[in-house]
Design a protein around this ligand. Structure first.
Ligand code: MG
Length: 155
């Protein structure tokens, strides 16, 4: 059987799409149960004008962050992530307006440059820390351990 593709391989193309695929690839093998609920909002990317018009009519809106984790933590209702390419990614005015609005509504919002930064933002938001060679998520006084997670994922 061929080796499964890795997030690093997926990210190699360097496009925002590729970085997002890498992030979701990592999530699917992370063993972290909360990440089952992470999803992408297909609001951007280049499209034929007819397709763009159809999506707009269906309610797709410019500037909505790329990724949402609909899980409340601490005082936040959920986490929105705007994913950007490292170094060259720029937050547009539409995106900043959404991020400001969502922050004011009580959501956590993060702009992440690269998939590793997005991964770390998710781990941090969910309360995972690296202790004794593995991730620990302590919530409600309980430690939850995930041995599948590897050290190099937390940088
Ligand atoms: Mg983006």
């Amino acid at each position: 059987m061929a080796n499964p593709i890795t997030p690093e391989q997926l990210a190699k193309a360097g496009t925002e799409d590729a970085l997002q695929k890498a992030l979701f690839c990592w999530c699917s093998t992370s063993g972290i149960p909360e990440l089952k609920w992470l999803f992408h909002i297909p609001n951007g990317g280049s499209r034929h004008i007819a397709e763009a018009g159809k999506l707009k009519a269906m309610g797709v809106k410019r500037g909505v962050p790329d990724i949402f984790l609909p899980i409340g933590r601490n005082s936040f209702k959920g986490l929105w992530v705007e994913l950007k390419k490292p170094k060259t990614g720029i937050v547009s005015d539409d995106q900043q307006e959404w991020l400001d609005f969502l922050t004011n509504e009580g959501y956590a919002t993060r702009v992440c440059f690269g998939w590793e930064e997005a991964r770390n933002a998710l781990l941090e938001y969910l309360g995972y820390v690296w202790v004794d060679q593995r991730f620990v998520c302590s919530r409600n006084g309980r430690g939850v351990f995930f041995d599948k997670l590897a050290a190099e994922w937390w940088k």
